[in-house]
Design a protein around this ligand. Structure first.
Ligand SMILES: [Zn+2]
Length: 334
């Protein structure tokens, strides 16, 4: 399962997102998520965004190995196409992750005692927190904490927990992304093509989470558009035949020629927008939140998500051209 929490301090607010070690269900696809909207990004004056690695290894990996994997995870995002945010590795630090308000964006292991002090579950793989200035909703500080109880590895497909894959997911949160529903689920769990921002892990021994998908890359580029980032978008509302709006539906755009799958979540009033799309003809599909996923896994308010409709495919292809917006209202099947 996944939990999130928000705490406030006098000047800063904190929120956390967790990735945990449970793989669930046979969910359909959906899309990237801007956890607090397109404006929740790193404060411009803090870019390029520095990060440090905590000066504490764990039973399985040395600090040097953790540094290598952390840098590779941040580089994975920085090098993604159309991403306009840079990171800067600043060295190791004696600060610990989740020492808040220390001005140090720290990545590293925590102790089990500390995890329990923070109220984190034993099944949590890793957690990312953000601090933002009240009244100015931008990211001012972020930390990534890794659970030392797992047997971590830096070796691909070794049968142990892939630290880099986990850090790629957390680095996605670090830059402001929430959870994606683009999951391709086989008999034994997630398979290739699933977003690294899927809320649950690919599983022990899998290194699939090291590779970003179109959905992940699009989410990052929507938050931080770099040169040449696509600007096309599809937007509208999701509703029932009666006209009633459908809350928190998944809307997915699939462009078959380039096998490009990007999605987004409708809000609590049925409005959706899939941004960052290259020109093309898109097949649109709407589905409810995966049956076994909690509302909280996607940061939706509990009990407000409409789940009682069928997967719906829009009958005609939707054209995005000239980097412009296309509006379409979608009626879902009962
Ligand atoms: Zn997560």
């Amino acid at each position: 399962m996944l939990r999130s929490n928000t705490q406030s301090a006098r000047l800063l607010t904190r929120s956390s997102v967790l990735a945990v070690a449970i793989s669930l269900g046979a969910p359909p696809v959906s899309g990237y998520q801007l956890v607090r909207g397109p404006d929740f990004v790193w404060a411009p004056e803090l870019r390029p965004v520095g990060y440090w690695v905590a000066n504490a290894g764990n039973h399985w990996l040395t600090v040097d190995q953790v540094v290598t994997e952390t840098r590779a995870a941040f580089d994975t995002w920085q090098e993604s196409e159309h991403m306009g945010l840079s990171f800067s590795y600043r060295g190791t630090t004696d600060q610990r992750p989740f020492d808040f308000f220390d001005g140090t964006n720290t990545v590293g292991f925590s102790s089990r005692e500390r995890m329990s002090q923070l109220g984190l579950s034993e099944v949590t793989l890793a957690v990312t927190s953000w601090l933002s200035v009240i009244g100015r909703d931008v990211i001012a500080e972020a930390d990534i904490l890794v659970n030392p109880a797992y047997n971590w590895t830096d070796v691909v497909d070794s049968g142990f927990w892939d630290l880099r894959a986990t850090l790629v997911h957390e680095a996605g949160h670090f830059l402001g992304l929430g959870h994606s529903g683009v999951g391709r689920v086989g008999e034994r769990g997630l398979v290739e093509g699933s977003s690294v921002m899927w809320p649950y892990t690919f599983g022990r021994g899998s290194s699939l989470g090291r590779t970003l998908t179109a959905d992940d890359v699009t989410g990052a580029a929507v938050l931080y558009p770099g040169p040449g980032a696509p600007t096309g978008r599809i937007h509208g509302i999701v509703h029932r035949a009666s006209g009633e709006l459908v809350r928190y539906a998944h809307v997915v755009a699939f462009e078959p020629l380039r096998d490009h799958t990007v999605g987004a979540w409708a809000d609590g009033e049925g409005n959706f927008e899939i941004a960052g799309l290259p020109d093309g003809q898109y097949l649109l599909r709407v589905n409810p939140i995966p049956a076994h996923h909690s509302d909280g896994a996607y940061f939706f308010p509990y009990g407000r998500v409409d789940r009682d409709f069928s997967v719906t495919v829009v009958a005609q292809l939707v054209l995005v051209s000239g980097g412009q917006a296309t509006e379409i209202n979608i009626e879902v099947l009962p």
